[in-house]
Design a protein around this ligand. Structure first.
Ligand SMILES: Nc1ncnc2c1ncn2[C@@H]1O[C@H](COP(=O)(O)OP(=O)(O)OP(=O)(O)O)[C@@H](O)[C@H]1O
Length: 331
């Protein structure tokens, strides 16, 4: 079952000032032997200060590529081929690598998917924390960890990563990323995927507390709609590199507009009636980003001829931005 999506807090209602992040018409292409793969296409969204934007979509929809592009840490065979990533006065899409490096680990933080792989196995956790926090003193470190409910690990900081649970390490890294460096923007790629349900809930609670306490903004990528319903103010649904729906979290769950969003919601276990077989979305996203029209057309139950020929523009319907020819219709 889904947690009730949060009502948008003050920080997530219509932004009073300029957005923290303003992505416009972003495109990222992978060079492959078979030609360019447009992994992200015409993606535009704003992120307000203190807002958490959840990005969801099935495997291959371009979520990680989008996040890595924001961080400018794309693999060598990928490049930003179009668009702008406004962050303050800077355009991250064209910023020099030296300047970008200063932002990373400074105003922009990253929460890793697997905490184990971002820590050295042969150095004590305490030493690594102090290194990440530029030699923070014992008193301050104690205060920081106690403040995020990690007081229980204080007397074990001389231990090595394998002596901690995945959940403890993830919470340590999140506390460090959000409080130690005090970034304006946190980017998180599936930060709870490897955790069991109870620990996952603790990590999500911590993220929300940190946002409320520090006012940081967050882009949170996951393929798990249950997780995203618990943390997001707004949700962006991706399909074949496109942002096909962008709306307040509550609207996505209560009145999903895009046929793909509806199909995603229907495919989630627990949403159907008891005894009803689980539903899946027939077909696959593979190759869809090369189609001339709407990439979801081959799998869409509401498809019309136009969908196969013409890529839909983004339309505003109520609170939602929807990339579908039939967005305004009751389908
Ligand atoms: N190294 C690569 N070389 C070529 N194409 C790639 C590479 N990495 C990703 N792609 C392509 O880019 C598209 C988007 O992939 P991406 O990993 O961003 O999706 P995703 O939604 O994050 O998926 P997942 O949930 O599995 O991480 C896919 O079509 C994928 O095949």
């Amino acid at each position: 079952m889904f947690a009730k999506p949060k009502t948008a807090g003050a920080a997530s209602s219509a932004p009073a000032g300029a957005p923290l992040l303003s992505v416009q018409d972003l495109a990222v292409t992978f060079r492959t032997r078979n030609g360019g793969v447009p992994a992200v296409r015409e993606v535009s969204f704003d992120l307000a200060r203190g807002e958490i934007l959840g990005l969801v979509g099935e495997s291959g929809s371009g979520k990680s590529t989008l996040l890595t592009a924001l961080m400018r840490m794309l693999p060598r065979n990928a490049e930003i081929t179009d668009g702008r990533i406004g962050f303050g006065d800077a355009d991250l899409a064209s910023l020099k690598e030296n300047d970008m490096r200063r932002l990373r680990g400074g105003r922009i933080g990253l929460i890793p998917q697997r905490p184990m792989t971002s820590l050295s196995p042969s150095t004590s956790v305490g030493r690594q924390l102090r290194w990440h926090l530029d030699g923070i003193g014992d008193g301050e470190l104690k205060e920081l960890l106690t403040g995020v409910g990690l007081g229980t690990v204080l007397d074990r900081l001389d231990g090595y990563p394998f002596e901690f649970s995945g959940g403890q390490l993830q919470r340590l890294l999140i506390a460090v990323a959000a409080l130690g460096k005090q970034p304006d923007l946190l980017l998180a790629d599936e930060p709870t995927t490897t955790l069991d349900a109870t620990v996952q809930a603790q990590v999500l609670k911590l993220l929300l507390e940190l946002r409320d306490r520090t006012g940081l903004s967050m882009v949170f990528v996951t393929h798990d709609l249950g997780v995203i319903s618990q943390v997001s103010d707004r949700i962006g649904v991706m399909y074949a590199g496109l942002l096909v729906e962008l709306a307040p979290a509550r609207a996505v769950f209560e009145t999903p507009r895009h046929p793909y969003t509806r199909a995603l919601l229907e495919a989630v276990p627990g949403r159907g009636r008891r005894g009803e077989p689980l539903r899946t979305i027939p077909g696959s996203v593979t190759g869809a980003n090369r189609l001339p029209g709407c990439p979801f057309a081959p799998r869409c139950t509401a498809v019309i001829d136009r969908c196969r020929e013409e890529l839909p523009e983004v339309r505003r319907v109520g609170d939602a931005l929807v990339r579908c020819h039939r967005a305004e219709e009751e389908i």
